[in-house]
Ligand binder design. Sequence first.
Ligand code: URA
Length: 239
Amino acid sequence: MERLDKIISSQRADGRKEVQKLIKSGAVLVNGKICKKPDAKVDPDKDEIVVDGQALNYSKYIYIMMNKPAGVVSATEDRQFKTVIDIIPEDMKRKGLFPVGRLDRDTEGLLLITDDGDFAHSITSPKKHVDKKYVAKLDGEITEDTVKAFSDGIEFSDGTKCRSAVLECDKNDKKTGIVTICEGKYHQVKKMFLCCGLKVVHLQRISIGGLYLDSNLHIGECKLLTDLDKKSVFIGNIH
Ligand code: URA
């Protein structure tokens, strides 16, 4: 059992004070009855809580799939640019959300956003080797040498070594490749291609582990992950 104001506040972006006002105004029902006491003890898993006419679907953590647009940064705050947190729809917003890993500002595609630190860590920890798949459009053609260099493991000019990566060339367009990496080094895909003399002109992430970007999700849109989606992140990784 927890305080009503604490439970409601944990599911929203606004603070405890605002929630207390809301409760006192009579906008909250518990099991069908108006409850004006912020400190009323309720069980979020059993009691039915309705806020402003909408059922509170309580969940300890939230897991969001975003089709990240170019132009927004993968951060919680930024002085100059909009962040991925800024563009989450209101009904999915709550305190403590952060992106799981980073995509460059100009990179599009699959980004997970959560408030569950353990889940994020199990994806981003270098020890876990979760695969990330990207579609890269390039300023030149992929050759067999490029594919081999990726497979052998690219070494950056500063001596940083990348693990073996899989590069598949689009059959109809040699300037497009699908790259699978199991690390998350800064600008990794762009730098790997640069080492092979190719510039990435467009980059989109399409999967994390066995979880693929939902093709119905337009650029900039978000959806909640199902339990199965969450599990699929850890399925089918190469290493
Ligand atoms: N590699 C890059 O170079 N950029 C990204 O955004 C992700 C992977």
